[in-house]
Design a protein around this ligand. Structure first.
Ligand code: RTP
Ligand code: MG
Length: 137
């Protein structure tokens, strides 16, 4: 059985642009099940845990400031190979080069800023998913 759970975040740019419904509709159309969902204001402490692998990188501080700029919608998805599947649905990190047909490729904008405001986050492994779900829920 390879039913997995993954943590998806609709980041503050997605919530601000009122794309929550559009993004969730794409996820549901793909067949993934929403098992948890809540809108939250992240704290600096929460983000420090969530982004621990990026602490010290040049984009870390702008990333945290961006994530503090407004509410985030946190979602737990369940499905067959959903970790890889959601990242495929999301597209590559940079919205400019993300493929058309993906969330970032179709809906993401290049804001010309230090951090990639790329609408969504998705866990990248089973271990990350477990760790991140326990941080947000
Ligand atoms: P995510 O974790 O959000 O699903 O995205 P990802 O795996 O594609 O990207 P990752 O390398 O884990 O980076 C986390 C988030 O940091 C921002 N970032 N900006 N300016 C930059 O070069 C840069 N690099 C990363 C993005 O918001 C990225 O999603
Ligand atoms: Mg990542």
């Amino acid at each position: 059985m390879s039913t997995e759970r993954t943590l998806v975040l609709i980041k503050p740019d997605g919530v601000e642009r009122q794309l929550t419904g559009t993004i969730l509709a794409r996820i549901e159309a793909k067949g993934y099940r929403i098992v948890e969902l809540q809108q939250v204001r992240a704290t600096r402490e929460l983000l420090e845990q969530h982004y621990e692998e990026h602490v010290g990188k040049p984009f870390y501080e702008p990333l945290v400031d961006f994530m503090l700029s407004g509410p985030t919608v946190a979602v737990v998805l369940e499905g067959h190979r959903v970790i890889e599947g959601f990242r495929s649905l999301a597209g590559t990190t940079d919205p400019t080069s993300a493929a058309p047909g993906t969330i970032r490729g179709d809906l993401g904008r290049d804001w010309g800023e230090k951090v990639q405001k790329n609408l969504v986050h998705g866990s990248d492994s089973v271990e990350s998913a477990e760790r991140e779900i326990s941080i947000w829920f």
